[in-house]
Design a protein around this ligand. Structure first.
Ligand code: DQA
Length: 144
């Protein structure tokens, strides 16, 4: 089964982001880690990244039309993009929000997620393992 994994702005630059917050995987390493984890869970992961809101909205429309489950790390868009929230709400397959860090343990502006309210669930704070936990959760959701 196909699964769409969407990563938002600045995640492709993990190489220069604060490794004490985001860990020491580069983005290509993260993609490989997600792809391998997906295979183990029986998924074929299509892992994409964009710094642009409109592009992410288009991908969510694509997932909604094709009825594909979604794992999304909306990055900073998490905290204020109502447009991404509305697009994510169109996805009727399970949609899991993930974060590498634990936004609730960081600056106050990160304590709000406009995505969580429409997500099936949210996983954050486990570094790259957040994606693996999301894949495992997704596996049990789609096998129900
Ligand atoms: C993030 C957390 C967000 O607050 C931040 O803007 C990101 C990454 C995470 O994965 O921990 O870019 O989504």
């Amino acid at each position: 089964m196909k699964i769409l994994v969407i990563n938002g702005p600045n995640l492709a630059r993990l190489d220069i982001r604060d490794s004490s917050i985001y860990g020491d995987f580069t983005y290509p390493q993260l993609v490989k880690f997600i792809e391998d984890g997906a295979t183990k869970c029986g998924f074929m992961a299509d892992v994409r990244q964009s710094d642009e809101e409109a592009q992410i909205i288009g991908w969510l429309h694509e997932a909604a039309d094709a009825k594909i489950p979604v794992i999304i790390n909306p990055a900073a868009f998490t905290h204020y993009s109502y447009a991404i929230r509305d697009a994510a709400d169109l996805v009727k397959s399970p949609l899991i929000e993930v974060h590498l860090s634990n936004p609730m343990a960081r600056e106050e502006f990160r304590h709000t997620s406009v995505i969580s309210g429409i997500a099936t669930g949210t996983i954050g704070g486990f570094g790259p393992n957040s994606y693996i936990l999301a894949l495992e959760a997704m596996k049990s959701l789609v096998n129900k």
